[in-house]
Write a new protein. Structure first.
Length: 113
């Protein structure tokens, strides 16, 4: 599955239109604790969080996640989007709760081997 397939299948809004959407998704990870994400998430994963500050873009870039989904209609700061654009990080937002969006990702096959 590719990042663009998430956009087509789920109620998400692309916040970084300049980012490439053809990356392959290797799995998923969910956490709001950045140190946890840095230690556990892997390149190519979709990261689900409720955090919208600029460190999210920095961590996503450092790890090489395929995309970030900010759940629960949480606000995403403009400096986060600027940093994401500089580092080619895909950021989506959704009104769905983290629980709901993770369930839908799993239904699509993310995380199933």
């Amino acid at each position: 599955m590719k990042v663009k397939d998430i956009m087509a299948a789920l109620p998400v809004k692309l916040l970084t239109p300049e980012a490439a959407l053809d990356g392959e998704i290797a799995g998923g990870y969910a956490s709001d604790l950045l140190s946890n994400v840095m230690g556990q998430a892997q390149p190519g994963m979709v990261w689900v969080t409720m955090q919208g500050h600029q460190n999210v873009a920095a961590v996503a870039s450092l790890i090489g996640v395929a995309a970030v989904i900010v759940a629960g209609d949480s606000p995403v700061a403009e400096d986060t989007l600027s940093k994401a654009a500089l580092n080619e990080v895909v950021i989506f937002s959704t009104e769905l709760s983290a629980f709901e969006i993770i369930g839908r990702l799993y239904e699509l096959g993310v995380g199933k081997e």
